[in-house]
Design a protein around this ligand. Structure first.
Ligand code: ZN
Length: 132
């Protein structure tokens, strides 16, 4: 008892921003469209190396959910929450899934995520006409 067992994930993984411990596989990423009080959050099918806090009822935009905050097992930082139960039928798909706050995780492969966000390169037609 008491020994922290850290799982190393194979492949693309999201990590704790604070101690670089693996938290979730990018293959388990369900949605990037979540939001929390502090900004963007991602929904995952599974997460590892976390401890789950006490359950509580939380009123969210999408209805009342029973959730529990989740913490990195290595550094103890809160990294997101787990949906234990959803009261709305349409939200049931979230049950047992994990949300990690974008601002508290790093993916280590950021550069690959930006490949398809290539900005439209427009020739700059503006001339500095009034340089004195
Ligand atoms: Zn950590």
């Amino acid at each position: 008892m008491g020994r922290i067992f850290v799982v190393d994930l194979e492949g693309r993984a999201y990590r704790c921003k604070f101690c670089i411990t693996h938290l979730a596989l990018s293959d388990d990423l369900v949605s990037r469209a979540f939001h929390c009080r502090r900004g963007k959050a991602y929904l995952f099918n599974n997460a590892v190396n976390i401890t789950v806090g006490p359950q509580e009822e939380r009123i969210m935009i999408s209805g009342v959910h029973t959730v529990a905050d989740i913490f990195c097992c290595c550094c103890g930082q809160m990294v997101g929450w787990k949906y234990e139960a959803a009261h709305e039928t349409s939200q049931k798909y979230k049950e047992g899934k994990f949300v990690l706050e974008r601002g508290r995780i790093i993916d280590g492969i950021d550069s690959e995520f930006y490949i398809n966000t290539r900005p439209d390169v427009k020739p700059c037609n503006c001339r500095r006409s009034s340089v004195v």
